[in-house]
Design a protein around this ligand. Structure first.
Ligand code: NAD
Ligand code: MG
Length: 390
């Protein structure tokens, strides 16, 4: 039996992971499940999968979780410390599917005990890529990408050598506003930004898809995970979301990964790697689909992509600034403090203010400096938003 843990189990990726595991429950020994507000879901899954422990990030919900787990034999726990303790429990395979920089530390704990980390939490690599990759090396732990584009690239690289890779192309659907005018985008509401044409995902990544901040994070994730140069990474708008990524080789060949927009493919690939097993995803009928389309992203509509390249050029803790400023700007948009297009303006302003600072440039990347930088960037973003609204 494989020991597995799922962090962010109540979210979109977490639920898709549970769907796969529950189909073959006898094969898995579930160690830990974690969630946030949705304690009822967390408890129901922990009971069904007979987890050792269920952790809610929200300490005020511990009594509710305890009540929901009464008599089940599943341990109930709450809060950040309990979450990190659960991530330190020995497991063979750990799904990192908490949203945001909050997912970094549980992922590091899992790597430190040598688990294979299935990484959906792209923010870990954006915020602290060098630290995450060096922790994996130090503890001889493996990271398998779960983001669909990165899983596609990873699959395209099987049996290949990075020295033969010329470029990596990741695709973007264009999100909710791909056919909207800039004027309409300026007035877009959180509700309008929260529906995705192709993928069914958590609210934050759905809005990040509409602004292309998701793709900006993914470009950085590509650089950190595959270790390529930033000018080797390209973004291509592909509204059908069926070609997830392409790897371009020195001999001119392009290897494309084609599949339906269903995260259970990438999750299942990481779950069964290095084998392939049957997965409950749609089989594409290309004759019926007829054609697939591609176009270049419009840099005026999507400044986030340009910002990602500035962040990669700066290196070091710039990714931590970028991700935290983006998370804070997204909170500002959700609370209607700023408009949709202002998210990128706020992030750019934070980068301008913080990336010139010598102490940030010289700082070594440790968990402490990452946390300090994250905190500083969130506060700076709050300040920038307050100044704009004055
Ligand atoms: P989601 O919002 O649906 O779920 C997030 C999960 O994290 C929930 O279980 C929630 O309770 C938990 N959580 C939120 N804040 C927390 C905190 N501060 N501490 C502890 N737990 C917390 O998000 P999602 O769409 O499943 O995305 C999860 C991660 O996977 C993100 O990093 C996202 O970028 C990445 N990802 C998602 C998809 C997708 O299809 N949904 C695709 C690729 C990558
Ligand atoms: Mg993706």
């Amino acid at each position: 039996m494989r020991r597995v843990s799922i962090f962010g189990a109540t979210g979109s990726i977490g639920q898709n992971t549970i769907d796969l595991i529950a189909r073959d429950a006898e094969a898995y020994d579930v160690v830990a499940l974690s969630g946030g507000q949705n304690v009822a879901q967390l408890a129901a899954d922990a009971r069904r999968l007979q987890a050792d422990v269920a952790v809610t990030a929200d300490e005020t919900r511990l009594p509710e979780l305890r009540a929901a787990l009464a008599g089940s034999g599943v341990e109930a726990a709450a809060g950040r410390r309990a979450l990190l303790e659960a991530a330190s429990r020995p497991a063979d395979w750990v799904m990192s599917a908490i949203v945001g920089a909050a997912g970094l530390e549980p992922g590091l704990r899992a790597l430190e005990q040598g688990a294979t980390l299935a990484l959906a939490n792209k923010e870990s690599l954006v915020t602290a890529g060098a630290l995450v990759m060096s922790t994996a090396r130090k503890y001889n732990a493996r990271i398998l990408p779960v983001d669909s584009e990165h899983s596609a690239v990873f699959q395209g690289l099987v049996g290949e050598d990075m020295s033969g890779v010329e470029r990596i192309i990741i695709t973007a659907s264009g999100g909710a506003f791909r056919d909207w005018s800039l004027e309409d985008m300026a007035r877009a509401t959180p509700e309008q930004a929260s529906s995705h044409p192709n993928w069914n995902m958590g609210q934050r990544i759905t809005i990040d898809s509409a602004s292309m901040f998701n793709k900006a994070l993914e470009v950085i994730e590509t650089k950190e995970f595959f270790g390529c140069a930033h000018d080797q990474i390209e973004v291509l708008v592909h509204p059908e979301s069926m070609v997830h990524a392409l790897v371009g080789f020195a001999d001119g060949a392009l290897m494309a990964h084609v599949g339906p927009p269903d995260m259970r493919h990438a999750i299942g690939y990481a779950l069964h790697w290095p084998k392939r097993k049957a997965l409950p995803v749609e089989r594409l009928d290309l004759a019926k689909i007829g054609q697939l389309t591609f176009r270049e992203p419009d840099s005026e509509r999507y400044p986030a992509l340009r910002l990602a390249h500035e962040v990669m050029a700066a290196g070091g803790l710039a990714g931590a600034v970028f991700n935290a400023a983006k998370e804070q700007a997204l909170d500002g948009f959700l609370s209607r403090e700023i408009g949709f297009l202002q998210m990128a303006e706020v992030v750019e302003e934070v980068l301008e203010r913080l990336l010139s600072s010598q102490c940030l440039k010289n700082a070594e990347m440790t968990l402490d400096t990452v946390h300090e930088t994250d905190h500083l960037a969130r506060n700076t973003a709050k300040k920038v938003m307050a100044e704009r609204n004055r």
